[in-house]
Design a protein around this ligand. Sequence first.
Ligand code: HEM
Length: 407
Amino acid sequence: MTAIAWGRALERLWETMYVMFAVLSPRVALSYVDGRSCRFVAMWLLACCFLVACMVVLGGYTRLSGSGLSMPSWQPIMGILPPLSADDWLAHYRAYQATPEYRLMMSDLASFKVIFWIEYSHRLLGRVLGLVFFLPLLFFAWQRYVTREWLVLFSVLFILGALQGLMGWLMVYSGLVDEPQVSPYRLAAHLFLAFLLYGLLFSAMLRWMFPHGIQGEPTPSYPPHPYYTRDTLLTHIYVAFVLFAVTVIFGALVAGNHAGLIYNTYPLMDGSLLPPLDDGRGAWYQQMVTVPGPIQWVHRLLSFLTVLVLFALVYRIEKNRSTPPVIVWSARSLFLVLISQFSLGIATLLYGVPTLLALSHQFGALLLLSMMVWLMFAIKDYQHSFLASLPPPIDNPAQESSSTGRF
Ligand code: HEM
């Protein structure tokens, strides 16, 4: 395909994305970006979000297929080339034979090649992501598409991405020393950094995609609710973000400790709400981060709290009849994703962590994060572009509900 055809295909992709978002609210149409530069930056960030999501899923598959320890060295530049000859393969296989995992598994060359390719793809995609982020960034900086503040933010994101690569290697290294088992804490740090990167990229992408806000112009037909302020809703969603983050960290600890392979019942664990503590392994609060049963219990508890807090937020938004449809529909979509994610978690546990369910559960967490960021963006934008320009709150609830027309 020529460069022009590629350009057209990308433009069409953008229009499709745009229509998808416009479905959420016709007023999205008002926020259409006039300058091409904004569109290019938004598409670039969208592509990076997509690649980070692929990295997370491929990383999960690498772990679940037991491939993560097949490359016992890290060469950021030279490692880009896979083994090309029989001698190369033999050299890689010899290096693998020196690892604790080989001493346990004794894989032959053919099986080694399979796990090697999976780990290699994960690392290669990481390099591709680095290039897809860095090269357009240079171009945007050169063309002055982005302001200095944005440039600083993007540079921080780039450094975070490089640190993520380093964290990945530190994680792998922990499984090459004594036991063929990576440190669950490093795994949690690696996954958490990925979620952080994705969340920041996604919120930056929304800013560039809707530089005039999601809602477009102020609409006087939606008066503000007296109990519905920017700060209370934002505080609510920030609390949900914190809970979500800790749930993700404990999800990674569950995965890193293979804690999904025990207590495969819900809501009870071996007929009880609490798992038994292990006598010789420290105080109960230490066991919450070191022993598989209690770790799984904390993940259950935190995910339940996340659901409760997000449910309360959705309820508040639903209850307020003056909420603009774009926020209501965002909250409803978030609710659907939340319930699916919770159910997927339970299914993953009940079926003893089959690969497809575990990967869907991991991807579901990213989807949930996207919906939360989107809702936060919509709430911020709502207050910003609507409330400031509207008359003071209406005291009479009857008058208020009749003026909105949402029910
Ligand atoms: C808000 C809800 C939830 C969120 C955001 C969430 C998030 C996560 C994340 C990010 C992981 C790590 C995935 C990985 O590293 O591969 C994970 C793992 C896991 N979660 Fe959840 N989770 C939620 C609810 C639940 C529930 C309700 C259960 C079951 C009771 C559950 C069971 C599991 C299990 C068994 C794993 C380990 C899977 C593996 O070994 O690959 N999760 N969760």
